[in-house]
Design a protein around this ligand. Structure first.
Ligand SMILES: N[C@@H](CCC(=O)N[C@@H](CS)C(=O)NCC(=O)O)C(=O)O
Length: 252
């Protein structure tokens, strides 16, 4: 255990992270590894994974200017002190908005928090009516708390680590849960174009990349034809031009 911890929390990295706290907020440590191309634009640190593309899709939908930076989680970029200075949990996506509240620079981790921040900044893709706004945030949290972790574990045990565990339990557990969650989504989307009805919102942006990924990874196990409202909604979401551009994240 100690070895694992010391590998992650290397003293040199901790020193660098502490130094970043002491430096002026206008010059964050992360800029040393991923320099901004435009000083005033939003800086996006991400990769084209389901969580990673959400924020790029939102930025495209909202027509906000941003510099995309590739944080290659397959090569360990997420564990560097520079990245952890904005995302201490070492997960993408993260953003910096140099023109945050009151004109001050703000750093944000966690895709749900980023989507709410961007929606509030622009007044787009989040209902203004308090009851609808709350409902939209509930579905956003449904993704962050259930769809993401469960679909993620499903893909882990069925695809990425398929040969690492001979016990059938993880596949049963996450397979059952993935199907159950698709059923919940099916119920919500029946008779609706989008999660909130007629309007596309940050809840759709959050959920769509995960269903799209599951459809591919679960081929032969889970068939979206069994969830016709989800299937039709997925086509509506992925057919939007902003999705097409945002899903590449760092490909511009
Ligand atoms: N709850 C987080 C989850 C973020 C997350 O799990 N990101 C993954 C990529 S999809 C990651 O950074 N993985 C790198 C790692 O686990 O080392 C969010 O919604 O932003």
């Amino acid at each position: 255990m100690k070895d694992v911890l010391s590998a992650i929390f290397q003293p040199a990295n901790i020193d660098q992270a502490i130094a970043s706290i002491e430096r002026p907020m206008s010059k964050p440590l992360i800029y040393e590894r991923w320099p901004p191309l435009h000083a005033d634009w939003i800086q996006l640190y991400s990769i084209n994974s389901p969580n990673g593309i959400k924020v790029a899709v939102a930025l495209e939908e909202m027509k906000l200017d941003y510099d995309p930076h590739l944080v290659n989680i397959r090569e360990g970029d997420q564990h560097t002190a520079e990245f952890r200075s904005v995302s201490p949990n070492a997960k993408i996506p993260a953003i910096i908005d140099p023109q945050g509240p009151g004109g001050q620079l703000i750093t944000i981790m966690e895709s749900g928090a980023i989507l709410i921040y961007l929606a509030e900044k622009t007044g787009k893709l989040l209902p203004t009516d308090p009851i609808e706004r709350n409902e939209c945030i509930q579905w956003l949290f449904f993704q962050v708390g259930h769809i993401g972790p469960m679909f993620g574990q499903y893909e882990h045990f069925f695809v990425h680590a398929a040969d690492k565990c001979s016990d059938p339990y993880p596949k049963e557990r996450y397979g059952t849960e993935a199907i159950r969650l698709l059923g919940v989504l099916e119920g919500r989307l029946a008779g609706r174009d989008f999660i909130m009805g007629g309007d596309y919102t940050i809840a759709d942006i959050a959920i769509c990349p995960w269903v799209r990924s599951l459809r591919k990874q679960a081929e032969g196990h889970i068939d979206l034809a069994d969830f016709p409202a989800v299937d039709a909604w997925l086509a509506r979401c992925t057919g939007r031009p902003a999705f097409e551009t945002g899903r590449i994240v760092d490909g511009r």
